[in-house]
Design a protein around this ligand. Sequence first.
Ligand code: 5GP
Length: 261
Amino acid sequence: MKKGKKLYEGKAKIIFATNDKNLVIQYFKDDATAFNNQKKSTIEGKGVLNNRISEYILSNLNQIGIKNHLVKRLNMREQLVMLVEIIPIEFIVRNIATGSLTKRLGIEDGTTLERPLIEYCLKNDKLGDPNISREHILAFKWLDDIQLDLIDEKLKRLNDFLLGLFRGVGIKLVDFKVEFGFTHESGKNDIILADEISPDTCRLWDSITEKKLDKDRFRKDLGDLIPAYTEVAKRLGILHEQSNVSAVNVTKLSSVKKKNK
Ligand code: 5GP
């Protein structure tokens, strides 16, 4: 597979073309951003861990019939994925109220929700990813009724799967964000899960201590992020107890180079 030109660079990943028009390479950067790009850092080793964790989760989703873009992991930082046209919506599922939900609605932080709550945000940094309703999605034809019902159904199934996966390793899945995209392979339009599922895109709390094992460590200055992400990978059985993200030196992994803060 030949790596071609850069097609897109986001905050945490870069997409490169390949010699197959239906496939692209997704490269995981070490960059971390929060609060709509106002806080930025480079955290060495983050991309390697997210690549491994997301590969593990997405490759298990086929078991529950959630089609996704992952073809295979290529190396420490890259995955071969299907080319999709990303739907400009962030799909959020919440099991425990925290983050923007508590700020917006005054709900007490840590409240367990009786049923999973699905929210939609417009994927637009300039506008600060505003919350939108189902009616907005239909009115502006980002999706039709059938497509949105299908995605909601997938989100519930995905949430059940992830809740169980993390519960089994002593982690509470508080909430997560996912993205979907259209594939246009051989003229057929299909919607599949894209992007990543990792501690960058989920809130993960230790089941007993409620220690945060996700990007909130960076957002809220709670201390080093790499040991927390490594802990998630080890509990999922991706990294062995003694190993430190394969060839990457552990001291390098732990060093956080602040670019800007
Ligand atoms: P909140 O709306 O409370 O800030 O975030 C809800 C969930 O979605 C959290 O798990 C958070 O990590 C994820 N999330 C929301 N927006 C983004 C985003 O722009 N980037 C990433 N990586 N995660 C997001």
